[in-house]
Design a protein around this ligand. Structure first.
Ligand SMILES: C[S@@+](CC[C@H](N)C(=O)[O-])C[C@H]1O[C@@H](n2cnc3c(N)ncnc32)[C@H](O)[C@@H]1O
Length: 209
């Protein structure tokens, strides 16, 4: 069977550099177009990921880092399920400006492809939804997420199927599994942008330090 050409399914998937991606989001955020597209496209990443997360994070006071929070769709889901503390980070100031006020405790403009200026073992959990995709954030960010997460903390993420091998997420995940840096509790294919037939690997791992 011919391999699925995921890279042609959505215009942003054609972009290669962070600058191009950021310029694209500057326009996409206008008039809430990003949020409207996500509704129209039946993007289920935030809802599905938080549903998996809540099976493992029973304490509603856990401190969560939403990496690549965009307009705050993951924060909205965390709020629905009664979580009390989440910080958001994204490189697009335009999208950060669209996050509803008081949804997150703290919002920061951060390039997740660089070292994150947050101390070791700060968070109980990292959520990273929709952000491991074409031209966005690369596998080394997982090392940073692990560094800022406490022992027995959780990392919950999606990885677009189109970049899973191309960007080396497959090898990175194997390495983290083999070295017992984390214990993968959930890992399955999600049809996360159903109307475009774009799938993602959805994972949840517990950190072992
Ligand atoms: C598809 S959106 C997902 C946003 C949100 N998590 C959601 O599920 O709606 C991807 C996000 O990754 C952010 N992003 C892309 N490259 C980034 C980088 N290098 N550092 C931080 N954020 C980045 C974009 O600005 C955008 O908000």
């Amino acid at each position: 069977m011919a391999q699925k050409d995921v890279g042609n399914k959505i215009p942003i998937y054609k972009l290669k550099t962070t600058d191009e991606v950021m310029k694209y989001y500057d326009d996409w955020g206008l008039k809430n177009k990003y949020d409207q597209d996500m509704l129209d496209w039946k993007y289920s990443g935030p809802k599905e990921t938080v549903e998996v997360f809540k099976k493992y994070a029973k304490d509603k006071d856990v401190k969560i880092f939403d990496a690549g929070c965009g307009t705050g769709l993951v924060g909205e889901e965390l709020k629905k399920f009664g979580y009390n503390y989440y910080d958001g980070a994204d490189l697009s100031q335009k999208l950060l400006d669209l996050v509803p006020k008081k949804l997150y405790q703290k919002l920061s403009k951060i390039d997740l492809n660089k070292k994150i200026e947050i101390q070791n073992n700060t968070y109980d959990a990292v959520m990273c939804v929709g952000t491991f995709t074409f031209g966005h954030v690369k596998p080394p960010a997982l090392d940073e997420f692990i560094r800022i997460t406490k022992n027995k903390g959780l990392i919950c993420f999606t990885i677009n199927e189109g970049v899973y091998q191309e960007y080396g997420f497959d090898k990175k995940i194997k390495e983290l599994n083999d070295k017992k840096i984390w214990n993968m509790k959930e890992f399955f294919k999600s049809n996360y942008i159903a109307s475009k037939d774009v799938n993602a690997w959805l994972g949840l791992a517990e950190i072992i330090k």
